[in-house]
Design a protein around this ligand. Structure first.
Ligand code: TYD
Ligand code: MG
Length: 451
């Protein structure tokens, strides 16, 4: 390795040093020196200037919408915005063991029907990958495996074998031998990602990168990685649960609110085309505190079960816990229940959970949370044919939500016959579904729990 190719640059003031120093000589900050590749292009007054590009009238700019290739995995295509844009760089992040290598091996197999795929692994030997492939029943002729971690070798392999699709598993194992820092360090992650971006764009090779999530929840190399790539997808799920959710976090070529749902089986990941069915499959026959609501994930409505548990506090401060919904939102809804409905929850522990480990961020889930808590508090179950949806305001009013009809249609499709919804001017008419519009939460509780 050639040490003269790199330089240490202070993150705070930009001071450059040939050697690493703990304290920046210029601004006196500690531990701010990052190793970087030296800029080798000619610069300065006497150097040759790079070729100047000329401005183009906006009228004359030709727009070439990136061609999309469908991966053959619908749940992935959906999150990508209808397929993968050729030459783009996609990062798949997630906890170790969640299934990133599995989904990318399955994707590789699918893509190998359309072009040459090279799957580069720094985590497993090619024999280990073969073992996994056997289990997944993958044996495409056009899928090539390579165990390699050095980024210049990876670049060379791409130039030499010219694949249409490239998988790099993982960015944490990739390194540039010209840098002294260890694989996985911020510097290495940044350099290798930049190199992969260069490869993807210059050779028009569609590239997937795997990134392990650190304990703090960010992909190693802080947010840097996310800023550099075109698309960021997170693969989530509970270890002890079999289903996995693929969520778009950033997408230069589409929206980011779609999710893809998969189930991990012994022969790999299976697409779940009707998530509502899966999420409701373990619903109790009739339990107090269980309420079903319809959440909109991107363009798709998904039914989920909200569970609330209220029990008297034994000693000390009441405990509150949430899983899958915002903690502060639940606190607020409990205050509303107390103040506007007169439910005395002050001396109660309260737990709210979305069954199956799904996470819901939209306020349309409010009414279901409030009713689940009320149902548990009163120890009165809600009949199984009810679906509940609406946002709840501070005065206890039930507010409108978007795409009410889409949500209600999904509910009807799954056999629900009664819907508690916000009282809006245009209530959709859906066959087989009795709709109960309500203006405030107190009224809502009366309707489903009988006062
Ligand atoms: P993996 O794709 O190796 O995770 P990551 O690359 O994100 O670290 O998935 C590992 C887990 O998935 C492992 O615990 C075993 C399980 N698994 C299955 O249940 N079925 C399968 O067919 C495969 C390949 C893995
Ligand atoms: Mg892996």
């Amino acid at each position: 390795s050639d040490k003269n190719k790199t330089v240490f640059v202070c993150r705070e003031c930009g001071y450059e040093s040939i050697k690493w120093v703990g304290k920046c000589p210029a601004c006196s900050s500690w531990n701010t020196m990052d190793e970087e590749m030296k800029f080798t292009g000619s610069k300065g007054a006497f150097g040759q200037l790079p070729k100047l590009s000329s401005p183009v009238s906006i009228k004359d700019v030709k727009f070439e919408a990136g061609k999309r290739t469908t991966t053959g995995i619908q749940e992935l295509d959906r999150v990508l915005g209808g397929g993968i844009v050729d030459g783009s760089l996609v990062l798949i992040g997630g906890d170790p063991g969640i299934g990133k290598s599995t989904i990318l091996l399955q994707t590789s197999s699918s893509l190998a029907k359309k072009g040459k795929v090279i799957y580069i692994s720094g985590e497993e030997s090619i024999q280990q990958i073969k073992l996994r492939a056997d289990r997944l029943e993958i044996a495409e002729e056009n899928l090539f495996l390579l165990a390699e971690t050095e980024i210049n070798n990876i670049k060379e392999a791409v130039v030499k074998y010219n694949p249409d699709f490239l998988i790099v598993d993982s960015i944490q194992t990739a390194y540039n031998s010209e840098l002294t820092s260890a694989p996985g360090s911020v510097t290495q992650v940044r350099e290798c990602t930049a190199a992969l971006m260069g490869i993807a764009k210059n050779t028009n090779t569609t590239t997937f990168i795997v990134g392990h999530v650190t304990k703090e929840g960010g992909i190693a190399g802080p947010r840097i990685l996310e800023h550099m790539v075109d698309t960021v997808l997170y693969f989530e799920g509970e270890r002890h649960q079999s289903f996995r959710i693929l969520r778009g976090v950033k997408n230069r070529f589409g929206s980011t609110n779609e999710i893809g749902v998969f189930e991990m089986q012994d022969k790999g990941l299976r697409e779940v085309s009707n998530p509502s069915e899966l999420f409701l499959s373990q619903r109790p026959v009739e339990g107090a505190g269980s309420v079903v609501t319809a959440s909109l994930e991107g363009t798709r409505p998904i039914l989920v079960e909200v569970q609330g548990l209220v029990s008297p506090t034994n000693f000390g401060n009441p405990r509150r816990m949430t899983d899958g919904v915002d903690y502060n939102r639940v606190s607020l809804l409990m205050a509303v229940l107390e103040k506007r409905v007169g439910l005395y929850l002050n001396n109660s522990d309260a737990f709210v959970n979305i069954a199956g480990g799904v996470r819901i961020n939209e306020p349309a889930v409010d009414l279901a949370i409030a009713i689940a808590l009320a149902s548990s508090f009163k120890d009165k179950p809600i009949k199984r044919d009810w679906i509940v949806m609406g946002e709840v305001g501070l005065t206890g009013e039930v507010r409108s939500i978007n795409r009410l009809d889409t949500r209600l249609k999904e509910a009807q499709k799954l056999g629900f016959t009664k819907a508690l919804v916000p009282d809006v001017s245009s209530i959709p008419d859906i066959e087989g579904l009795e709709i109960y519009p309500i203006k405030d939460i107190r009224h809502g509780i009366e309707v489903v729990l009988g006062g």
